[in-house]
Design a protein around this ligand. Structure first.
Ligand SMILES: [Zn+2]
Length: 489
């Protein structure tokens, strides 16, 4: 049921959106699909589609059928030798953890594990992609999935963190070519079962650094397969650069501008440590993506989402993302959508406020939550010298004075207040979410963490070491009060 217009995807895990119960999973996603229809978003990929805790096959069927009725292309995510396989969570013959517990010798010998790349996430295991039994198991699972659930589309992913290091896997790497080699038989198998099936897969990279081998393998991608490229240059979408024209075929641009990272889950008791959620209008990020899409013949976009459109920032992001590829002028669209949400007359002023918030939120997010963003910056470069020598390979330390940010937030708070006074009753509820976020951040940056230190280490730092460092830093009169955050890799 591919529509002629460009594909505008939301993408993410089940638990970013839905409560983990059968009724929660079904109702929350139905709510999202209704919202998506209203905003012109026409596709979604969902990881964690099959889970014992949210209704398994029956719930999956119901969502596929409901999405179809709303003309939304629902693509369940299937892990290829990774990401739990066909059945995401629970004891099932096509769940990768269940399978490898039964046949541990078929486990991949990973050079880089999932934990190395995503230290805060749950553990995933991998199966060796060169093992004949694993290939059979994968093919059977996909056949079972397609025949049982009858989806219109499937999204395949090999994993974004490396490959098996066994003797049979010599020659395979994390390259685009290797990923195609591993996935091509899977696509062909799926297509054989249902020739009408649309298939998506991710490269995890942008296309401007492809090797000769990558380019050759790209030519073997069948016409029913869409390739997804990560176009965000870094996690914070400062720029989207592409040096080369897009290769032949069908292509989607994935950018991290939907309002989410994994760290701002809106109401998710499963991951309490991610409970602090930023307010994230992403107007500038979406503008950059829209500009990139105008330059190239993309078949659509994907933005990872972080929740229902009940959240003001999500609603704004989804409204703009749904229409920006067809809009003549991005800023006029943004103003129009803001006025649709908040009322006539406040669009330009609020657009300005949202752009300021976006910039600040980005800075706060970077320093508080995403230590990897300064992973390779030595502490000395961050302007700090240590009396005690740091252990090798652990020098990524940042000290941030948040008082400037606090002052800017105070200014924004005043502007939000002014807008609120001019607003119609309808928009007031939505502006309250903005107001709440701003005042919370003022509080944090003024009183809780006026100065903040982040430590990132590739190797395990001992508790003794952390305590020593904390004492050393806390005794520095120039740096108080201070919060030390460490992240174990
Ligand atoms: Zn292997």
């Amino acid at each position: 049921m591919m529509t002629k217009s460009k594909l505008k995807f939301l993408a993410g895990w089940d638990v970013w959106i839905a409560r983990r119960s059968t009724s929660g999973f079904i109702n929350d996603f139905k709510t999202l699909f209704n919202q998506m229809s209203g905003f012109n978003l026409n596709a979604i990929w969902i990881w964690g589609f099959l889970d014992d805790k949210h209704g398994g096959v029956e719930a999956g069927k119901e969502l596929i059928s409901y999405a179809r009725s709303k003309e939304i292309l629902l693509c369940p995510g299937i892990g290829v030798y990774s990401y739990s396989g066909v059945w995401c969570r629970g004891n099932h013959q096509y769940n990768l953890e269940t399978y490898l517990a039964k046949y541990p010798e078929r486990t991949a010998k990973m050079k880089v594990t999932y934990q190395d790349v995503h230290p805060l996430h749950s553990k995933f295991v991998n199966a060796c992609p060169s093992n004949e039994d694993n290939r059979k198991w994968m093919a059977e699972g996909i056949k079972w999935f397609i025949n049982t659930l009858n989806p219109d589309a499937v999204y395949f992913e090999t994993g974004d963190y490396g490959v098996c290091g066994c003797d049979k896997c010599v020659g395979l790497s994390n390259s685009v070519a290797s990923k195609i080699k591993i996935q091509l038989p899977i696509w062909e198998e799926a297509h054989k079962i249902n020739p009408g099936l649309t298939i998506f897969w991710s490269t995890y990279v942008n296309y401007d650094n492809l090797s000769q081998e990558d380019t050759e393998m790209m030519e073997r991608i069948p016409s029913y397969v869409y390739t997804i490229w990560t176009v965000t240059r870094d996690f914070y979408y400062d720029k989207i650069e592409t040096r080369n024209p897009l290769p032949e075929g069908k292509h989607l641009a994935l950018a991290h501008v939907g309002g989410s990272t994994h760290f701002e889950l809106p109401y998710n008791s499963l991951y309490p440590r991610y409970s602090l959620r930023l307010f994230q209008p992403q107007v500038n990020g979406l503008r950059i993506l829209a500009e990139a899409c105008k330059k190239e013949r993309w078949d659509g976009i994907l933005i990872p989402m972080s929740g229902l459109a009940d959240r003001t920032d999500n609603e704004l992001n989804y409204r703009i993302a749904g229409k920006m590829l067809e809009a003549q002028d991005f800023d006029s669209l943004a103003v129009e959508e803001i006025e649709n949400m908040f009322g006539k007359g406040v669009g330009t002023k609020l657009l300005d406020i949202f752009l300021k918030i976006e910039k600040l939120a980005k800075t706060l997010k970077k320093y508080f939550f995403w230590f990897r963003s300064f992973y390779n910056v030595p502490a000395t470069q961050m302007g700090y010298t240590f009396t005690k020598e740091l252990p090798a390979k652990s020098e990524s330390i940042a000290i941030i004075n948040l008082q400037n940010i606090s002052a800017q937030l105070n200014e924004i708070a005043k502007e939000v207040q002014k807008c609120k006074l001019e607003m119609s009753v309808n928009g007031k509820g939505k502006i309250c979410q903005v107001e709440d976020w701003v005042s919370e951040q003022v509080l944090l940056t003024t009183h809780v963490y006026p100065k903040f230190i982040g430590i990132q280490s590739k190797r395990e730092l001992s508790d003794e070491y952390i305590n020593d460092l904390e004492k050393q830093v806390l005794s520095d009169p120039a740096l108080k009060p201070i919060k030390i955050a460490t992240m174990r890799m």
